[in-house]
Design a protein around this ligand. Structure first.
Ligand code: PLP
Ligand code: MG
Length: 609
């Protein structure tokens, strides 16, 4: 007996796991899915197995060469696997099996021994299926019209007998007709189309399987379930699985090189090794801030983004009159910091997602009542990019210090502390700089840092002058730094400066356009005008008639992490960020997944049409 296994597909729904490994090579315990199929076939009388390969075919070839299969295995290459589907892949096996009976297996079906036993006992033309009520448009359904069995994904659920397992036995008589039908079929259809074509002349018997005896691995959850069931390992989390695609606005995905940088030699933080890496990071960070001259410097604080804002406001703020602008959550946090430290401040709130009124800002600072103004560059809670250059010009005109929170814009948007006349600018490592969370920055005019001398600090850890004094004078940090994160940061900064911020802006802009164009095509509406949006974040209202929590979970189950709306948008809008080490494939695969997610979590019929 012969068998054909179809293993050419890219397994896109299993991304990101399948970005480096074809589905067939995913491990189920100590065996790959493919080796397991081959072993089980050999154990049940199959002598020759033909495997059709395409995506990462070379990896499969090497795997099999190294694994000493228990029967003869032949590889058939589908060089056009990207543009063809299983009908075409199956047709490539014609010269080896046409005219003979053979088993036809989808390469992503993991089954227990009982299923293969059942197959080996079969005769004639048979389809294996599982009787069940169907819940998903993903499933290949089995239906019967009269005595004839048909397979289709689009059969009405009620009309379906159950789900096709992706395992069939084609009889010797039917085999030639099947290949003739495959030849006539379009290249981008499933082989099931050809089975339907011959079904009335060569009827299929149906063999039903027990639940839990097989799993088709389409999604990460399928894979996890297969590992649990077929290896009896409970609560497994394979290292592969931890790699989720983060499409939330930070922390972000980082490159392998950034992550690998964490594995460094142990060093003492008061030794030259740390002094050197700190000094290099600060120099590179200045470049990321757009510093070209000698007037600016920066400090790196071990802490999240808020630690930089808190160091700044609590160290600079006492004795000053501050104007703090807000048009969302992160503007509000600045106001909250000023409140915590009992600063003398005025909050100018425009309301979430509303544009900053420059006229009103100018009117207020023109009174001469304020020493400084602070604003968020990219208001992450709605994705709005605030006009810092315009605000900076107003501050310059009225000789008012200008403080900016650039936590989620540095590295993704045009930002030059010099050009915008910024006095102090905060940021963190774990957004568009594409490094790991835990380091925060304050870049500012050297004269402004020096002017902090003698200010009575409100906190010991976040005393900005102390950080400046240590870092700029003795090239050390006042407290124990997160040493490993500096190694990661340096690599991330190298990658950014090598790419250039301009190239990153172009990349992010392109990814955002993919997201926005798809959302518009689906008729969804944005929370703010496209012209106001940053390049890295899109905030969009949910379609009507979906269960928003179920949608979030569904997307998460498929390994994508998006952000639930905040504040007034909670439950109404969600955020898709394309920030950090995000590639085009991630975004495209997510958008398909999102569309499916809308359908799967629809509570009303209108969404599913
Ligand atoms: N500022 C902005 C603009 C942000 O987007 C964030 C976090 O998302 C913060 C400040 C706070 O940063 P963290 O959560 O790292 O303290
Ligand atoms: Mg499949």
């Amino acid at each position: 007996m012969k068998a054909v296994i179809l293993a050419a597909g890219a397994g896109e729904r299993l991304a990101p796991i399948t970005q480096t490994l074809p589905k067939a090579l995913l491990p189920i315990g100590s065996e790959s899915i493919l080796s397991r199929q081959i072993r089980q076939l050999a154990e049940h009388g199959v002598q020759d197995v033909y495997v059709v390969i395409g995506y990462e075919g070379e990896a499969i070839r090497q795997h099999l060469a190294a694994s000493n299969p228990p029967c003869a295995v032949y590889l058939i290459e589908n060089p056009v696997y990207k543009t063809t589907s299983t009908a075409y892949s199956t047709l490539l096996a014609e010269e080896f099996v046409s005219g003979e009976p053979f088993y036809l297996l989808d390469g992503d079906v993991v089954a227990d021994g009982y299923v293969y036993e059942k197959m080996a006992a079969l005769d004639g033309n048979v389809l294996l299926y599982q009787e069940k009520s169907i819940s998903s448009p993903e499933e290949m359904k089995v239906s019967q019209q009269g005595d004839v069995v048909y397979l289709s994904k689009t059969i009405e659920d009620e009309a379906a007998l159950g789900e096709f397992v992706g395992l069939a036995r084609v009889s010797g008589e039917a085999s030639t007709a099947f290949f003739a039908a495959l030849k006539k079929a379009a290249q981008d259809v499933y082989y099931e189309v050809a089975l339907n074509e011959i079904a009335s002349e060569f009827p299929f018997a149906l063999e039903t399987l027990a639940e839990g005896s097989w799993i088709e691995i389409d999604f990460v959850t399928d894979y996890l379930q297969a590992v649990r069931i077929f290896t009896e390992q409970r609560d497994v989390v394979t290292p592969l699985i931890s790699e989720q695609v983060l499409l939330c606005p930070g922390p972000v995905m980082v490159s392998k090189k950034v992550k690998s940088a964490l594995l460094h030699a142990d060093i003492g933080h008061r030794e030259t090794e740390f002094i050197e890496i700190l000094t290099r990071c600060r120099a590179k960070l200045n470049q990321a801030y757009g510093v070209t001259g000698k007037d600016y410097t920066n400090v790196i604080i071990t802490g999240s983004g808020t630690s930089a804002n808190e160091a700044l406001l609590s160290s600079y703020g006492p004795g000053k009159k501050l104007l703090i602008l807000s048009n969302g959550e992160f503007g509000n946090r600045l106001i909250d910091l000023a409140r915590c430290h009992e600063l003398d401040y005025t909050a100018l709130e425009f309301g979430w997602a509303n544009k900053i009124d420059l006229g009103q800002v100018e009117e207020m600072v023109a009174t001469g009542a304020y020493d400084a103004l602070m604003v968020v560059h990219h208001e992450t809670s709605c994705g709005m990019l605030n006009p810092i250059n315009e605000i900076g010009a107003i501050m310059k005109k009225h000789n008012v210090d200008f403080l900016v929170d650039a936590v989620s814009s540095i590295g993704a948007e045009a930002l030059s502390v010099e050009a915008a006349n910024i006095t102090f600018c905060t940021a963190s490592a774990n957004k568009a700089l594409a490094s790991l969370p835990g380091l925060a920055f304050v870049c500012g005019k050297k004269t402004a840092f020096q002017a902090l001398k003698g200010q009575k600090a409100r906190t010991r850890y976040l005393d900005l002058y102390k950080h400046y004094e240590y870092e700029a004078v003795s090239f050390q940090t006042p407290n124990t730094p997160a040493v490993s994160l500096f190694y990661a940061l340096e690599v991330a900064l190298d990658e950014l400066l090598q790419d250039t911020v301009a190239a990153r802006m172009k990349h992010y802009g392109y990814l955002a356009s993919l997201v926005r164009n798809r959302l518009k095509k689906l008729g969804l509406s944005f929370v703010i005008d496209e012209a106001e949006m940053s390049r890295v974040l899109t905030t969009v209202y949910y379609p009507e008639g979906i269960d928003v929590e179920a949608f979030h979970d569904w997307v998460k189950q498929h390994n994508y992490v998006i952000y639930r709306g905040k504040g007034p948008f909670l439950g109404k809008a969600f955020q898709i960020a394309n920030i950090g080490h995000v590639r085009e494939e991630h975004v495209l695969a997510f958008l398909d997944m999102m569309e499916r997610g809308f359908k799967m979590t629809a509570t009303t019929a209108s969404v599913t049409q």
